[in-house]
Design a protein. Structure first.
Length: 180
């Protein structure tokens, strides 16, 4: 949050914790999420500018900082969609703007051989998962989610005309990156 500057967009804001923090620090923040219920929760928490909005449909606005936190690469859904999202995010940046994005390399979930290689499926990128959320007798539709390792993010960023800098690494294969 300390790296945020200028006009901020919080993509996939969820309950709005990041936006609320920045708003209280005096930032102009727009929060978006595709979940109407998440947006309702944000409104109840006092967020000033929160919308039910898909990032791909956002037009005619620019930001200094775009946040995609809490495994922000997840919204890409699949590795094949990464360029589309990065190009969209890039189009929403002011000159000298930045994208702060985090993810996890889930390689640790696969068996590691003595030589340091991993047993990963050969039918796609190992970070592409499908989730189904269930609670009691209610089940939502399944949805794709992308866990993107840092090297793959860096390569995708460069392929889309963005620089990529590793800001921080966590203890559990997680990281924060800055794209600019």
């Amino acid at each position: 949050m300390e790296l945020s500057r200028g006009k901020v967009l919080d993509v996939g804001c969820g309950a709005g914790s990041h936006t609320l923090y920045l708003q209280e620090k005096g930032f102009e923040v727009t929060a978006i999420d595709i979940s109407a219920n998440a947006v309702k929760a944000c409104e109840l928490r006092g967020l000033k500018d929160v919308r039910v909005q898909d990032i791909l449909d956002l037009e005619n606005v620019k930001f200094d900082t775009i946040l995609l936190l809490m495994n922000g690469t997840g919204i890409f859904g699949a590795l094949s969609e990464t360029s589309k999202y990065l190009q969209k995010l890039k189009s929403l940046l002011n000159p000298n703007g930045q994208i702060l994005i985090d993810s996890s390399d889930i390689i640790y979930m696969f068996d590691e051989y003595d030589d340091g290689s991993f047993s990963v499926p050969a039918d796609g990128y190992y970070g592409e998962l499908t989730f189904t959320i269930s609670y009691k007798n209610q089940t939502d539709d399944t949805f794709p989610w992308l866990y993107l390792d840092y090297n793959t993010l860096q390569n995708a960023a460069h392929s889309n005309g963005l620089q990529c800098e590793l800001v921080m690494e966590g203890k559990h294969y997680d990281y924060l990156a800055k794209l600019f």
